[in-house]
Design a protein. Structure first.
Lengths: 407, 96
């Protein structure tokens, strides 16, 4: 294992990320199903660990790796509450979360003390009403990992048809689905809004480039009725759509996924969510680290090691990327239009259960080694070379939307 | 009234969570909001019937009040008869 010191990141490397072997098995199966050399060249340790490796992340126990926006905090009733604050505006919600108007919202110790004054269920319910990404280590995901929400007519595609993927998603899991589909030879168009770009490009360009390379890039202002109509027309020509909005956000924009799936034969629509795409959980916010907690991974760690902590780096994101690509490819091959809801927390729970059934001893050893590695750097993953250009925002708008005046 | 209090509209289905507040009267559809729903619904005032949107944060011009809509309805929100406006949402910066 390479041990060369890097500026500011010197220190020993930690062990393999638990569930990386599960991810490798899913990728192997997918590569066999599709015959894709691109997928065959990827593995679980790479997809789960490349961000942490490239970023020099440290295994941080009760604080998430990298940005450190997620923390596991004990509650009054002796449970563990995961609170994630990644936008400064979310701090303004903390007095409401705790019902404490005078809370010092900038002080991590004051926030931890407030968590300790409340029971976990109360914080979970109020946090989810407030739209905060919150989780408890002992909750069970409400939704299934993969749920078919709507079905539509089938479409026969000619041999050699080149699939078109419209990727409306942002951050990590959705774009990774698009990346894996691109690896199988599909055309992928990444859609961004000039007012709400995918901020990973700015905040973590190395990861952005890896998972968005080779995608065309179009800028569409969804507040503009004409541009939105052009986007809907593109979706009607597409084979697969990837989207990670909360359902009401789509509705507010006037894009009805269920209607499109019923009207467009063969259209596969993936809705990536934190905790489920239907019912009450559809309104909950969830991102990579808190969804791993909700999926039971931190509980598995504490059961083995006696110490709670985060496992991996926003691990629900890459696991969902892999499962999303698998479900998209299977649905596409079936030819049948369908809307597929993916729950990140339930995908973590499924991966954990399957890995436990596959080799309980090895999983236990990996969790123990991970728990003992607190303070060490993430395992070293050889940096993937880029295989294609990373297109600038809007570089392909005119190609895909020739009728739109240049903005 | 303190942050975290859940208020119900007397005139429609709207429910809000109080994020920030002062001593004024919080209203929906032109009628005062309360922690319990009144036995008899209040009429929906025409001036306050633009509707609320789930998940939106509503603020006043001075930044003293902020309400999060947790259940949408036909009324619109006000404090002491002055309408509140929607606060712009911020995108997520990175995955964590």
């Amino acid at each position: 294992m390479p041990t060369e010191p890097q500026a500011g990141n010197a220190g020993p490397r930690g062990p393999a990320i638990p569930l990386a072997r599960w991810a490798s098995r899913q990728l192997d199966a997918l590569a066999r199903e599709t015959g894709s050399a691109g997928l065959a060249a990827l593995d679980g340790p790479t997809l789960l660990g490349e961000r942490g490796s490239n970023g020099g992340y440290v295994i941080n126990g009760k604080v998430s790796a990298g940005l450190g926006g997620s923390r596991l905090l004990p509650t009054r009733d002796g449970r563990w509450f995961a609170l994630t604050i990644i936008r400064e505006v979310d701090r303004e919600l903390l007095p409401a979360l705790f019902g404490e108007p005078d809370l010092d919202i900038r002080d991590a110790d004051a926030i931890a003390a407030a968590v300790l004054r409340h029971d976990a269920d109360e914080l979970l319910e109020r946090g989810r009403s407030l739209g905060l990404p919150v989780a408890c280590s002992d909750e069970r995901p409400k939704a299934g990992a993969v749920e078919i929400m709507t079905r539509g007519a089938a479409r026969q595609r000619p041999a050699g048809h080149k699939a078109l993927v419209v990727d409306l998603s942002a951050i990590w899991s959705g774009p990774l689905i698009g990346h894996l589909l691109w690896q199988t030879g599909m055309d992928v168009v990444k859609v961004e809004s000039p007012t709400r770009p995918d901020l990973i490009r700015r905040d973590d360009p190395a990861t952005f480039d890896l998972i968005n390379q080779g995608k065309a890039n179009v800028l569409i202002d969804l507040a503009d009725a004409r541009q939105k109509a052009e986007l809907v027309a593109l979706i009607r020509r597409a084979d697969i759509v990837i989207e990670s909005s909360r359902p009401r956000a789509l509705r507010h924009l006037g894009i009805d996924a269920d209607v499109l799936v019923r009207e467009v034969p063969g259209l596969v629509w993936l809705s990536v969510t934190g905790h489920g795409a239907t019912g009450e959980p559809a309104n909950w916010v969830g991102i990579g680290n808190d969804c791993a907690v909700a999926g039971g991974l931190s509980r598995a760690l504490v059961e083995i090691t006696g110490e709670i902590g985060f496992v991996g780096d926003a691990i629900a994101d890459p696991l969902t990327g892999i499962i999303g690509a698998r479900e998209a490819l299977r649905a596409y091959r079936s030819g049948e239009a369908q809307r597929i809801g993916l729950s990140m927390s339930a995908i973590v729970a499924t991966a954990l259960a399957e890995e436990r059934a596959f080799d309980p001893g090895l999983l236990e050893a990996e969790l123990r080694a991970w728990g003992e590695a607190t303070g060490k750097r993430f395992p070293c993953i050889p940096r993937r070379a880029l295989l294609a250009e990373v297109r600038q925002p809007g570089a392909d708008t005119r190609r895909y939307f020739p009728h739109l005046a240049p903005c | 009234m303190k942050p975290g209090t859940r208020l119900k509209s007397a005139a429609c289905d709207t429910e809000v969570m109080v994020i920030r507040c002062a001593d004024g009267q919080i209203e929906c559809g032109g009628a005062p909001m309360g922690e319990a729903k009144p036995a008899e619904a209040a009429p929906l005032a025409a001036d306050f019937s633009a509707g609320t949107l789930m998940g939106k944060r509503y603020v006043d011009a001075d930044g003293k009040y902020e309400l999060l809509c947790v259940k949408p309805g036909k009324g619109s929100l006000s404090v002491d008869s002055v309408a509140l406006v929607v606060k712009d949402a911020k995108p997520l910066p990175a995955s964590d």
